[in-house]
Design a protein around this ligand. Sequence first.
Ligand SMILES: Cc1cc2nc3c(=O)[nH]c(=O)nc-3n(C[C@H](O)[C@H](O)[C@H](O)COP(=O)(O)OP(=O)(O)OC[C@H]3O[C@@H](n4cnc5c(N)ncnc54)[C@H](O)[C@@H]3O)c2cc1C
Length: 284
Amino acid sequence: MDKKLCEYRFDELLNKHTSFKIGGCARIFVRPKSIEALICTLERFQYAKILAKGTNVLAPDEGVDIVINTLGLNKYQIKNDLIISEAGVLLSTLCKKAADHGLSGLEFAYGIPGTIGGAVYMNAGAYDGEICDIVEYVEIYDRKNIIKLDKSQMNFSYRSSILKETDWVVLRVALRLKPSNSQAVRDRMEQIMRKRIQTQPLDLPSAGSVFKRPRKDFYVGKAIEQIGLKGLRVGDAQISTKHAGFIVNLGNARASDVKELIKIIQQEVYKNYGIHLEPEVEIW
Ligand SMILES: Cc1cc2nc3c(=O)[nH]c(=O)nc-3n(C[C@H](O)[C@H](O)[C@H](O)COP(=O)(O)OP(=O)(O)OC[C@H]3O[C@@H](n4cnc5c(N)ncnc54)[C@H](O)[C@@H]3O)c2cc1C
């Protein structure tokens, strides 16, 4: 493989590549710079972990063997009301471009700090929107072929997609938006960002909401707060004092601290509400 098509790093600390700022070394860390290079890398390293922006991952303290990072897949185009984007493009970039083109539908994702590939993997959502609402098709690599799947073939559900049950890798995503007015789209994005700043601990490293909502009417953060766990610490991992649905890293938190805190929350919530909380964060 031509070195220009892939960037290689060795013994690369994953805490530099995760929003939690947690994780030991990846023995090999590869960043392919094109879809062709990604496919060659996937063929060479079949058991590698896929990492995008690392905003929904808890990487282990002991590190991992091989990581393939998708941030080099950063091209996108806009054709009328369709955005066709490579997997490594940030949602924030796509949101701003959609607004520039007067396209509505992606506003809900403004402030979700990940990539479009990561968003499709877990059907990211916020403020009454989900990525599946606007997906037209997804191009995946099933480890043999490139396949174009339409929305109905993606098995999207709350914070889930077919990608969670397979080893497929998202290459490109097409989003169908609606023509609108640029200023109206920007206003909605800013309103959403203000809400996030008001309610979320954005000044500290985290991976967003730790748990999935078990039912539509069950608010995880509120429930954790009501049983008095807000602010609880294990090492430098803390249940956020601003939003109890988040765990934040106060400085030197380890993955083992976060996992311990997750276990305590799950036990206490089960004891008090009879509900099992399932992590939304991907625990590697
Ligand atoms: C402050 C904060 C706020 C957040 N708010 C929200 C929110 O409102 N709503 C929400 O849904 N999420 C939220 N998140 C979580 C996170 O940003 C989203 O889940 C995002 O979609 C993850 O994208 P990523 O690029 O960081 O993926 P990563 O964290 O790098 O990866 C997540 C998973 O996706 C897989 N993956 C990534 N790219 C691909 C690919 N191309 N092909 C196959 N698998 C892939 C990875 O292997 C991993 O298992 C928040 C996180 C933070 C830190």
